[in-house]
Write a protein that binds this ligand. Structure first.
Ligand SMILES: *Cc1c(COP(=O)(O)O)cnc(C)c1O
Length: 236
C-alpha cells in the first residue's frame, strides 16, 4: 500500500465538488418526486490517483466505478472502500474477467451473452453469484457496445439462465444529442422488461447519467448516476 502526500488545492476542489454534486442529486430527486436515498452517486475513478478517490470517499461517496481492469488491479488495494462498494462499468474483455471478479460487487457493462458466460464461469469458480446490469446501446451507435434494444429481451433470457449471475437492471451511455429522449427510452425499456417477469432477473437498477446530464437522468428514473469529471475535474 502506497500513499502519496496530497495536493491540498486539488483535494479541496474534490471536497467542494462532492458536496455540490451530492446537493444537486438531492435536489434533482426532490424535483422528480423521488426519495434522494433511492439514488446512488457513483464516483467514476478513471485516471484519478487512488489517494484522491479516497478524498471523495471521506466526503461520503460510497460507490466507485471502474472502467479498466488494469487500473482497478493497480488501485484497489489503496482504496479505503472494498469490493462491496466497487462496480465495473467499462468494456470488459473476457480474458480480464478472472482478474476482477473478486474485486467488484457488480458488473454494469455486460454487453454480450458470451461475456456473461465467462462471468458466470468465473463466479462459479470462486463460489459467488455476481450481480450484473445489461448494457443497452440505446442510440444504436456503431462505436458503442451493448445490446440493441430489439435484442435485449432475447439477451436477457439467455443471461438469466446462468446460475452464477443475477441480472439487476440496465445501464446505458446515450448519445450526447437528444439525451433526454434516450433516457426516456431506457426508462420505458426497463418498465417493459420488468413487466415480463423473467426468472432470475429484476429491473431494480437503472444506471445512467454522467457529469453533463445526471440531473436529467434522475428525472428519467436513474437510480445509479456515474459521475467522473464533475467530481475530479477534467481528465487530461
Ligand atoms: C467516464 C465514464 C463516466 C463518467 O463520465 P464523466 O463525464 O466524467 O462524468 C460514466 N460512465 C462511464 C461508463 C464512463 O466511462
Amino acid at each position: 500500500m502506497t500513499t502519496k502526500p496530497l495536493n491540498d488545492v486539488y483535494a479541496r476542489s474534490i471536497r467542494e465538488n462532492v458536496a455540490l454534486v451530492q446537493q444537486r442529486v438531492v435536489r434533482a430527486a426532490e424535483r422528480a418526486g423521488r426519495s434522494p436515498a433511492d439514488i446512488r452517486l457513483m464516483a467514476v475513478t478513471k485516471t484519478v490517483a487512488p489517494e484522491y478517490v479516497n478524498v471523495a470517499v471521506e466526503c461520503g461517496v460510497n460507490l466507485l466505478g471502474e472502467n479498466r481492469a488494469q487500473e482497478l488491479l493497480e488501485k484497489h488495494s489503496v482504496y479505503t472502500l472494498g469490493p462491496e462498494c466497487i462496480h465495473f462499468i467499462g468494456h470488459l474483455q473476457r480474458n480480464k474477467v478472472k482478474s476482477i471478479i473478486d474485486k467488484v460487487s457488480m458488473i454494469e457493462s455486460v454487453d454480450s451473452v458470451s461475456l456473461a458466460e465467462e462471468i458466470d464461469r468465473q463466479a462459479s469458480r470462486i463460489g459467488v453469484v455476481m450481480p450484473v446490469l445489461l448494457e443497452v446501446n440505446i442510440g444504436l451507435q456503431p462505436t458503442k457496445s451493448g445490446f440493441a434494444p430489439e435484442a435485449l429481451e432475447e439477451g436477457l433470457r439467455a443471461v438469466s439462465r446462468l446460475k452464477n449471475i443475477a441480472v439487476k437492471g440496465l445501464m446505458a451511455i446515450p448519445p450526447k444529442d437528444n439525451t433526454q429522449e434516450y433516457f426516456q427510452k431506457m426508462q420505458q425499456l426497463s418498465v417493459d422488461i420488468a413487466g415480463k417477469n423473467i426468472d432470475n432477473s429484476t429491473m431494480e437498477y437503472l444506471s445512467m447519467g454522467m457529469s453533463a446530464d445526471y440531473e436529467l437522468a434522475i428525472a428519467c428514473g436513474a437510480n445509479i448516476v456515474r459521475v467522473g469529471s464533475a467530481l475530479f475535474g477534467q481528465r487530461k
